[in-house]
Design a binder for this molecule. Sequence first.
Ligand code: CUA
Length: 339
Amino acid sequence: MARKPVALAAACACLALLLASGAAAGNGGVAPPDSATASGSRINALYWIIFGICAAIFLLVEGALLYSIFRFRRRRGTPAEAEGPQIHGNARLELLWTVVPVFILVGIALGTFVSVGTVNANPAMDEDALTVKVESHQFYWQYVYPNGVVSLDVLRVPVDRTVRLELTAPDVAHSWWVPALTGKRDAIPGRTNQLTFTATKTGTFRGQCAEFCGVQHAVMRTEVEVVPGAEFDQWLEAEGAAQAAGTSDLGQQTWEGVCAKCHGLAGEGDIGPTIAGNPALVDAKGLAPLLAEGRDNPQISGFMPPISPGWPGSQLEALIEYVKSNPDLAPAGAAQQGG
Ligand code: CUA
């Protein structure tokens, strides 16, 4: 007789563990991050509605299952091959379990289409929108601002102003996704996709390439820094001047965003070979075609994607200057040669 309470206690413990794991996970677990845009809030609302519907169905089905297991279990003294009563045909029940799911699915579909409309809204008429080109490469994001300023992996945008991303991919398909801002959008070779959002909060929001694009897909992360409008304008102007003068940190950004992802932060080698101190690093003539075309001969040093298509001329220069200035990377003698 003691088996019943034990089984019940075990079932309760399992359910409690299940619910506790969900609750403990919180943000970063089952919950999407707090949204910093209107379209993101719509996506989050949709997520919670669908989560609620699924949770209710899960509890209903599992509850009925547990109830039936206990209620209709084999009793002492019943032969093992004994069959329970067989029931055929219950028009009302059958209609119910057909019609109710149809309504649930149609409801979810309608809610989704309405929300997708908000995410895809293209405020082409918004004169004030900031357009940023997003060149999606193996394995970094190159952001190009209207005045030609380039930044890698970190996108800086003004708060309360519409941002229009124009996504392209010179190599393979990628997907730009910053969950706290809005839905993801694919970057596909041969076409330009758009994604717009208006951040209503300042802060730093993290994202990740959401389309498997090669061996270092996992390190193709991004950050969006939402800053006050005046601060943004000031930064963009100052950065424009610094990049024109060659005094910005574009070289370091390029090393860390592009080279280090495969060759290590100090060029010590990772999935790519060791390149620290390699004279080829500061030989612009030899380096340019390698970066532009990549290398796919495994006899030499394995696969390297073409990484520089789309770079402004100053970027290779900035990279080489950075290599020369970094004692971990500079080939012997290069630091003195360089300016
Ligand atoms: Cu780019 Cu995954």
